[in-house]
Design a protein around this ligand. Structure first.
Ligand code: PMP
Length: 455
């Protein structure tokens, strides 16, 4: 893109475009990077720089950029039927096919599907569904929904209330009443002297304690990501999920898995619930469902909630204009075919996943890296001031942000969550690109260490 054109885009953007999760004063100071094209695992900016996308957009472009099959699926569907709704006793072939396909790949029993446009809408739908379910059961006091510290479930009023990332609440007077949060299984930061497995059990027991305090007859559901993504790739110890499931069953609390990041191959299995052997009552998914080519998300219901809604014999008063949008459904179907036929959904659990894990674990020797957490194709590198004491840098030093800037400037998109450097590349990443990613990550770490006078 010519320089004058880039400048025009920047000027229009600065004057008229509000960005998500952005300090606009800082944005104005630094200016925006204009991304104009992408192919495979690489982005191309308006100055012609090729940048390895270590985040698959926002954890979503699972099949990589530039897939002609997805373009063709969208084109054909737009030409045949660009839109029709699924209200008023109508459906479309692609929406029905997609619901069946999702039921087939989801963990056993999750076989009723409701479509939304975003993960936030999917989680808000869950909140309404959970309330409706307990009303139908004649237990209207069972209403409190428990999320976790560091949890991210979206930005709409309900999803943000459910989220436990503290900065998301005060600007809009959240959380709404009826939401509680318990601790995360974040061993590295909070495990103290406990070994990870003991800490995993302890973190799970915090849920049981909260249920007891509130009274099980008031607790409707527990909502959690199998691996917490936006909270800093918090990988639970193996002891955590079995204990959580025991607690939910014992107290008759619905278990909801937010698979918005973990779904569609991110962990090396179709869903994070498969990886951890979680049997959720409800699951939400988005992102990798369409590899981000068009917006679409879904809520999958197991038999208990699914039957209750499907047999209530009254109108379920909920739904979006674009629920089951045919173009999104057509793209999703083709995307799921690619994930399956190219072996991408399981690739993170095979040799390519091991290479990714090995390449990142090799960074554990770096003086800034306290812990490397990898599952499938999602990873977090936790940067700390003292590796032996697991002591973080003061937040105000902005070490993660500095590292992110070095990384992007040197051709790798790596995200910073506090001082955790996060990676979640497209699942098509080649072995050479894995090496490129690890090499560029190390360079960014070295430059950050040099700034800090470490190493
Ligand atoms: N849940 C999780 C686990 C997420 O990571 C996200 C987005 N990063 C959401 C929900 C919200 O999805 P959306 O941005 O599509 O509303």
């Amino acid at each position: 893109m010519a320089t004058a054109q880039t400048e025009r885009v920047r000027a229009l953007d600065a004057r008229h475009h509000l960005h998500p999760f952005t300090n606009h004063v800082e944005l104005a100071r630094h200016g925006t990077r204009v991304i104009v094209r992408a192919e495979g695992c690489h982005l191309i900016d308006s100055e012609g720089n090729r940048i390895l996308d270590g985040m698959a957009g926002l954890w979503c472009v699972n099949v990589g950029y530039g897939r002609a099959e997805l373009v063709e699926a969208a084109r054909q569907q737009m030409a045949t039927l660009p839109y029709y709704n699924t209200f008023f006793q109508s459906t479309t072939p692609v929406a029905a096919e997609l619901a069946e396909r999702l039921a087939r790949i989801a963990p056993a029993g999750l076989d009723r599907v409701f479509f939304t446009n975003s993960g936030s809408e999917a989680n808000d739908t869950v909140i309404k569904l959970v309330r409706y379910f307990w009303n139908l059961q004649g237990r209207p006091h069972k209403k409190t929904i428990i999320g976790r510290a560091y949890g991210y479930h979206g930005v709409t009023l309900g999803a943000a209330s459910l989220s436990g990332l503290q900065p998301m609440h005060p600007q809009s007077d959240l959380p709404l009443p009826g939401f509680e949060h318990v601790r995360a299984p974040y061993w590295y930061a909070e495990g103290g002297d406990l070994d990870p497995e003991s800490f995993g059990r302890e973190a799970a027991l915090a849920l049981e304690e909260r249920i007891r305090e509130l009274g099980a007859e008031r607790v409707a559901a527990f909502v959690a990501e199998p691996i917490q993504g936006a909270g800093g790739v918090i990988v639970p110890p193996a002891s955590y999920w079995p204990e959580i499931q025991r607690i939910c069953r014992k107290h008759d609390v619905l278990l909801v898995a937010d698979e918005v990041i973990c779904g569609f191959g991110r962990t090396g299995r179709w869903f994070g619930s498969d990886h951890y052997d979680i049997r959720p009552d409800i699951m939400t998914c988005a992102k990798g469902l369409t590899s981000g080519y068009v917006p679409m998300a879904a809520v999958l219901l197991g038999p208990r909630v699914g039957e209750a809604v499907a047999t209530a014999d009254e109108e379920w008063v909920h739904g979006f204009t674009y629920s089951g949008h045919p173009v999104a459904a057509a793209v999703a179907l083709e995307n799921l075919r690619i994930l399956d036929q190219e072996g991408l959904a399981l690739r993170g659990a095979g040799p390519a996943g091991r290479r990714f894990a090995d390449a990142l674990h090799a960074l554990a020797d770096h003086p800034l890296v306290g812990e490397v957490r990898v599952v499938g194709f999602v990873a977090g590198l936790e940067l700390v001031a003292d590796k032996h004491a697991r002591r973080p840098f003061p937040a105000a030093r902005g070490v993660g942000l500095a590292c992110r800037e070095h990384s992007v400037r040197n051709g790798l998109v790596m995200r910073a969550v506090r001082d955790v450097m996060v990676l979640a590349p497209p699942l098509v990443i080649s072995e050479d690109e894995i090496d490129e990613l690890a090499g560029k990550a190390r360079l960014a770490l070295d430059l950050t260490a040099a700034d800090l006078g470490v190493g």
